[in-house]
Design a binder for this molecule. Structure first.
Ligand SMILES: Cc1cc2nc3c(=O)[nH]c(=O)nc-3n(C[C@H](O)[C@H](O)[C@H](O)COP(=O)(O)OP(=O)(O)OC[C@H]3O[C@@H](n4cnc5c(N)ncnc54)[C@H](O)[C@@H]3O)c2cc1C
Length: 430
């Protein structure tokens, strides 16, 4: 396909950002014979603040890419999710489904992102590290994105690259989208999350853990419910990734000192878990979680938005890697079709298929998620849900499949059909 490259263009497609979205898209495109330039501001291996956990929905994406997800290949497998509240602990195995495997995985982003970037390189994508993109180049007449400006290397040498299509995979900062005026939609939920690694005997726990309530028990006679939700994802290497997050729908969202909140919560967890300052390896890191399609349109004038750049973190559980990789696969499919057509209306029709298919895949579920985020932002509703709702046995699979996004949308059981129908019927909240 690179034969289509004209002398003025540097690639068929420029992908900005080599996180899960960018590396996945670059892999699929390169495998289809597209000449791909993958521009990444950092160098691999590098860290990325994350929980490092994938539900089966994310594992499917790795399998689709042809990545060996066995434990021998360095992945830590989880058999399910443990949900904790003040009153109860539920251990739920990942469901048996047609669409997804029955296990989740964990791996530090230090390893994970490099693995994906090298997969893209092996497929033929040209990775340029230390290439910080600072904006789109647009055609003066048509307004169409025709390339990007960047700064290269330590010296920050200016450079520009041209291609008929550009994929914005630059994460929550979304610098590329912003450079062409695609702003964040404040009506959609946003999250903030912080995490830290702790040496812990629980590093081989077969369950990943979700804490629906965080308690400060520094005064045992007067335990205090703190805002936010927590997790503990075992990494099998002696450490556990522990973190907490909060949604913008919560009153405490803007006024919270997240590092102090983390310490109050963890100092109140059982001593034997090891989540104490003396066992911490490294600092607390935090970042924003752009949720529920909070940046649209996902395609305009030669620019496609993928993953966090398109606000694709799940409002139900803060997971963003599966959706980043799902969006990458869809974007690659549409780009390959588009490039096989002449420039003009026919190519545009193929490209407009990307946001439409993305919306079919995630739009309804995220609309439902945005409503969910509004409800759980109200502490009284959340407390009633955790205190009473989780005691109603028939509700548990519904909550579990709904929250994890692990359900069969077409040929599933009755619970899957309820989640799928609710997602289809969910009204828009903006
Ligand atoms: C504390 C925390 C915990 C989380 N836990 C989980 C979890 O357990 N599981 C899960 O699925 N999701 C989790 N998420 C969300 C997840 O991290 C993101 O949704 C996911 O990384 C999105 O992938 P992406 O490829 O879209 O963006 P990113 O992973 O952010 O990748 C963007 C890439 O673009 C590069 N880049 C950025 N700007 C530029 C530029 N100007 N020029 C060139 N390159 C650029 C970056 O260096 C990076 O490599 C968590 C997020 C946070 C903050």
């Amino acid at each position: 396909m690179s034969s289509r490259s004209s002398s003025e263009q540097d690639a068929d497609v420029i992908v900005v950002g080599a996180g899960p979205a960018g590396s996945t898209a670059a892999t699929y495109l390169a495998r289809a014979g597209v000449d791909v330039l993958l521009l990444e501001k950092s160098t691999f291996p590098r860290d990325k603040v994350c929980g490092d956990g994938l539900t089966p929905r994310g594992v499917k994406q790795l399998i689709d890419l042809g990545i060996d997800t066995s434990e021998e290949a360095g992945w830590v497998h989880s058999r399910g999710l443990r949900i904790l509240t003040n009153e109860l602990t539920l251990e739920l195995d990942w469901p048996e489904l047609t669409s997804y495997p029955p296990y989740g995985v964990s791996r530090t982003r230090h390893d994970f992102d490099e693995l994906l970037a090298r997969t893209a390189q092996r497929a033929g994508a040209r990775l340029v590290e230390r290439a910080t993109v600072n904006g789109a180049i647009t055609d003066e007449r048509s307004g169409r994105v025709i390339g990007v400006n960047a700064k290269l290397g330590e010296e920050r040498e200016p450079a520009s690259y041209r291609a008929p299509l550009v994929l914005a995979c630059d994460g929550v900062s979304a610098r590329l989208a912003l450079s062409v005026g695609i702003e964040k939609r404040d009506s959609r939920p946003m999250g903030v999350a912080v995490r830290r690694y702790y040496r812990s005997p629980r590093h081989t726990d077969p369950f990943i853990e979700g804490h629906l309530e965080l308690w400060d028990r520094s005064d045992p006679r007067d335990p205090k419910l703190l805002p936010g939700y927590g997790w503990a994802f075992p990494l099998g290497d002696g450490t556990v990734n522990v973190g907490l997050g909060m949604l913008s729908t919560s009153k405490a969202f803007r006024s919270t000192d997240y590092r102090a909140l983390m310490r109050s919560w963890l100092d109140s967890t059982p001593e034997e878990w090891g989540f104490r300052e003396c066992n911490a390896t490294g600092k607390i890191g935090g970042a924003g979680l752009p949720m529920g399609f909070n940046r649209t349109p996902h395609y305009r004038d030669g620019l496609l938005l993928l993953g966090d750049a398109g606000g694709m973190v799940s409002p139900f559980n803060g997971e963003g890697i599966p959706s980043a990789m799902e969006s990458a696969k869809l974007a690659a499919e549409h780009v390959v079709q588009a490039l096989a057509r002449p420039e003009g209306p026919s190519r545009e029709r193929a490209l407009r298929g990307y946001p439409a298919t993305l919306s079919d895949l995630m739009g309804g579920y995220y609309r439902l998620g945005n409503l969910f985020a509004k409800l759980i932002g109200k502490p009284r509703i959340m407390r009633a849900a955790t205190k009473y709702g989780l005691r109603i046995n028939p509700l548990i699979p519904l909550v579990y499949k709904g929250l994890s996004g692990c359900y069969d949308p077409k040929d599933g059981d009755v619970v899957d059909r309820i989640v799928a129908t609710a997602a289809r019927l969910a009204p828009s909240v903006s």
